[in-house]
Design a binder for this molecule. Structure first.
Ligand SMILES: *Cc1c(COP(=O)(O)O)cnc(C)c1O
Length: 642
């Protein structure tokens, strides 16, 4: 059995706290950050004279300018306090937002004053290195070899997804470009265009090594779609689960691949990609002669938190290579769920055996008895992420780091040369010990240009304090997972809420894979799905900023619609379980749900959660009474009242 060898970590000491409990420490460190910076300025060439003198500082327009500065900041502060969303409170259970780590807030502010730009090493000698380090931390978490992989920070998951598809696209056209270059052609002699479009990512990267040896890499790269655009119609299909985040549609547009080349993969009752259908569709496409550009798996769907069977995708790729000589790129969109992989790693970064993992969860009360997590297939899905070609992950979601911090990790860093604007071979001077050339010029090897070095400092600092393993992020994330499970269990067995003679039942739509709990209210005896949807939409409106009351609201959540258009018949399982007829479903084709990412770490004590749940039931009852009341006032006889 593993014994934790890292320093002990107290989760409650990581955050400011819902009542600003850790305010003294936070202010002290903020003051430290500011005063250090001010000294740093003042001490730069002490022989230089002060160029702004006290006499000037007393001038009327000088004072005026400061008063106006103060006035604007006061105005901004009151605007912010009036309408910002209180992510820090357990009363907020909506989007993937919660309190953020003090260490990353402080690191950000501290660094921001130095204003480093991670576009170029010369503008950010410190923070470029922190970014490369933070990227490698993430690579290690995903099981990538830090000597061969690479990761960096993006503005978010959207850009990380773009970048994954960008390299996949360029990779796909390299073999075609080789066939067009007279001095390189022999490398792919005898291969048909179809075969060239079906090479595996690693086979293509090996070819690029050969091109580099021959000094032909740049010339051939210029013949790939990077140089000449997408010429010959389709590069193949991109298979994306139906639950896809809309960033995938944008990516196809931006990259010129075309949205019509997305093939949606149906999802099963748990809103995960349906493995049987994925296999069927893949084999059909191959038999019809379509190359597959990429297969995308989602680890933590945005609307349900479902975890795809990444292991099945990896198996499928091997099978397609073996049986049909057809390979494809695999990208995992783990914008939401990526950090959860820390829950499976011991202090030596080993992916733990299932039984040892559960034993450790119990021994350290990370996941207590009575909470079913992880399901075995969720465990396998996370494990297989190590085999994916690239992974999107958002530190600004489950990394508990403030915006804007996304990231992308690539399993084989040779792939960066396909998009780089550096002279090729960005990573030539690899430091063997570290596995990374920390002097890399980020701006020429990534999608973005100028970007805040402060973000890199924030992510780096978070990873130093909270290790990416079971004893670090595992403890933080585990709290939300446990609370989500308790929440879903209470919803599943909640007694009806009574308003006058009317009774309402609340239920979760399924047992979550992660910590997203979706639920709806239904009036008992009213089997109109339209009424149900309207009731839940009203509920959302009065439990969100849309009520016009954010700061004074007593519960805030988010919502979404699960429709036939996006999910096929999957939502019907829940709709049926709530007693609606098939005819209702066929008529409405959509179910409106409330959506709660339970990331809060403040409700992990059973007695705290019990008290919270009791309070929440009262809040729900009062909100329902309010809706009924509004409806009575407008004279409608059902909840249809608009
Ligand atoms: C949030 C999310 C994205 C987009 O990430 P941003 O950080 O908002 O750009 C992409 N995919 C999934 C699955 C997400 O949850």
């Amino acid at each position: 059995m593993n014994t934790p060898n890292a320093s002990p970590l107290n989760v409650d000491a990581l955050f400011i706290g819902p009542k600003s409990e850790n305010r003294v420490f936070f202010k002290e460190m903020m003051e430290y950050a500011v005063s250090e910076h001010l000294h740093w300025r003042a001490d730069f060439h002490p022989e230089d004279p002060a160029l702004v003198t006290p006499v000037e500082q007393h001038a009327g327009d000088f004072r005026q300018t400061l008063y106006r500065t103060e006035g604007i900041l006061r105005q901004l502060s009151s605007k912010l306090k009036n309408t910002s969303v209180p992510w820090f409170s357990p009363r907020y259970l909506g989007h993937m937002n919660a309190d953020t780590l003090m260490v990353s807030n402080l690191a950000y502010v501290m660094t921001m004053m130095y204003n480093p730009n991670n576009c170029a090493h010369e503008a950010s000698p410190t923070t470029t290195e922190l970014e490369v380090e933070a990227g490698l931390d993430l690579c290690r978490m995903f099981g990538y070899d830090p000597k061969r992989s690479w990761g960096h920070i993006t503005s978010g998951g959207t850009v990380a997804n773009y970048e994954g598809m960008w390299v996949a696209r360029n990779l796909k056209t390299i073999p075609l470009a080789i066939a067009q270059h007279e001095k390189a052609r022999d490398l792919v002699a005898g291969k048909s265009e179809k075969e060239l479009l079906n090479l595996s990512p690693s086979a293509v990267l090996d070819l690029t090594d050969e091109l580099k040896k021959r000094g032909l890499f740049e010339e051939v790269r210029a013949l790939s779609c990077r140089g000449v655009g997408i010429k010959q119609g389709s590069l193949g299909k991109i298979l994306v689960p139906q639950s896809k985040h809309y960033s995938w549609m944008k990516a196809m547009d931006v990259l010129g691949i075309g949205q019509e080349h997305i093939v949606p993969l149906p999802v099963d009752e748990n809103y995960r990609t349906d493995v049987a259908k994925m296999r069927e569709i893949t084999f059909r496409l191959i038999k019809e002669g379509h190359p597959i550009l990429a297969m995308v798996s989602v680890v933590g769907t945005t609307e349900e938190g479902s975890i795809d069977h990444v292991d099945e995708v990896i198996k499928l790729r091997a099978e397609c290579e073996r049986k049909y000589g057809a390979s494809f790129y695999v990208h995992v969109d783990a914008a939401y769920g990526g950090y959860v992989r820390a829950m499976f790693l011991d202090e030596d970064n080993r992916f733990m055996d299932y039984d040892a993992l559960l034993a450790r969860y119990r021994a350290e009360d990370i996941i207590p008895a009575g909470v079913t997590w992880p399901k075995h297939d969720v465990y396998e899905g996370f494990k297989a992420m190590a085999e994916a070609d690239s992974i999107t992950v958002d530190p600004h979601k489950v990394g508990y780091i403030q915006y804007a911090a996304g990231a992308v990790c690539m399993k084989d860093k040779r792939i960066v040369d396909l998009i780089s604007y550096h002279a090729a071979y960005v990573f030539e001077e690899v430091d063997e010990a570290e596995g990374a050339d920390t002097k890399v010029v980020l701006g020429s090897s990534i999608m973005e240009g100028s970007k805040a070095g402060a973000t890199a400092a924030a992510v780096w600092a978070a990873h130093r304090l909270v290790p990416l393993n079971i004893g670090g992020y595992g403890k933080v994330i585990g709290r939300g997972i446990v609370t989500a499970d308790w929440f879903a269990q209470r919803l599943a067995s909640a007694k009806p809420l009574t308003v006058g003679r009317r009774r309402f039942e609340v239920r979760p739509i399924m047992h979550p894979d992660f910590h997203m709990v979706n639920f709806t209210f239904k009036e008992i005896g009213n089997d109109s799905l339209e009424d149900h949807n309207r009731l839940n939409k009203k509920m959302y409106e009065i439990c969100s900023y849309a009520s016009g009351r954010t700061y004074t609201n007593d519960f805030l959540t988010s919502s979404t619609s699960l429709s036939v258009e996006e999910y096929g018949d999957t939502p019907w399982h829940y709709v049926a379980s709530r007693g609606f007829s098939r005819a209702e479903w066929d008529k409405v084709e959509s179910v409106y749900i409330l959506r709660a990412a339970v990331m809060t770490h403040f409700l992990r004590k059973a007695e705290d959660f019990d008290a919270y749940w009791e309070q929440l039931r009262e809040v729900f009852a009062a909100k329902l009474a309010h809706i009924v009341d509004m409806e009575d006032k407008t004279g409608a006889d059902t909840l249809i009242a608009a």
